[in-house]
Design a protein around this ligand. Structure first.
Ligand SMILES: O=C(O)CCC(=O)C(=O)O
Length: 253
């Protein structure tokens, strides 16, 4: 799959683009069933007791061969090469299911805010497994906010958050998706997800992220050679490997 010139332009200019469904029905169904096996209230939860908790799980690709194979999907990687260049590493994945009635937000942030220091821009691929809108805990984004580069974040519990006073909330717009749609956004794009106020509409998303092969922390100098190569010198890497082992507990970006 090649991203159209218009899709690349939207990504660069707005900081996000909905490229629609990229997986066939068989793959989509197996993603959903593996996701439902792995992302449950028994795995890990986000949110708080007052507003409502919802399931979260990091690195589904470690726990499912099928999902690992999807992270190497050639259509997806072709798009990453267009956005990141001919050397690409897999950065991170996570499943987040805003369940009906779970009112907790994930507040305004850039995905970059989770790194300990500043890293270069990378790409977030947000796969909607259900229709997603503000009613069931969908996304809001601030178009073009990525252009200002990395912002300061503060930790609120496990979340890296940009303080409200530095968010141009009046420019926010919903970024809705249909089940199966793939949203691509810049790791510098300001976004949040709201509470799920619906009674019966879960909102599952599987988030996969990719970075350039030479991705390094500009603040700490850390080199991310513990992230597996998925494209090297323009070639797909059949068995992704990294120079260092990735430690899920110690290396949470
Ligand atoms: O899907 C969500 O609810 C939150 C997604 C998000 O903000 C993220 O992955 O950084």
């Amino acid at each position: 799959m090649t991203l159209s010139d218009e899709q690349v332009k939207d990504f660069r200019e707005l900081g996000f683009v909905n490229i629609g469904p990229i997986f066939n029905q068989g793959d989509t169904e197996s993603i959903q069933s593996e996701y439902d096996r792995l992302v449950t209230m028994d795995s890990q939860t986000l949110g708080n007791d007052d507003e409502g908790r919802f399931p979260y799980r990091a690195m589904l690709n470690f726990r499912s061969e099928k999902l690992k194979a999807i992270t190497q999907d050639k259509n997806l990687l072709d798009g990453m090469v267009q956005l990141l260049g001919t050397d690409v590493r897999f950065w991170w994945d996570q499943g987040i299911n805003k369940s009906p009635g779970a009112g907790s937000y994930i507040d305004w942030h850039q995905d970059n805010g989770y790194a300990n220091g500043v890293t270069p821009e990378y790409v977030t691929c947000w796969l909607a497994l259900d229709d997603s809108s503000p009613e069931n805990g969908g996304l809001y984004v601030i178009p073009e906010s990525h252009k200002a580069g990395p912002r300061d974040h503060e930790w609120r519990g496990v979340h890296a958050v940009v303080s409200e006073q530095f968010v141009e909330a009046e420019k926010a717009q919903p970024l809705n998706a249909k089940a199966g749609d793939m949203l691509l956004f810049s790791s510098y794009l300001l976004h949040q997800t709201v509470g799920n106020t619906s009674k019966d509409k879960q909102r599952r998303a599987w988030v996969m992220q990719y970075c350039r092969g030479d991705h390094a922390n500009e603040t700490t100098g850390e080199v991310y050679d513990n992230r597996p190569w998925v494209v090297k010198a323009g070639e797909y890497v059949e068995n992704p490997w990294s120079e260092r082992v990735f430690d899920l507990r110690g290396d949470r970006p």
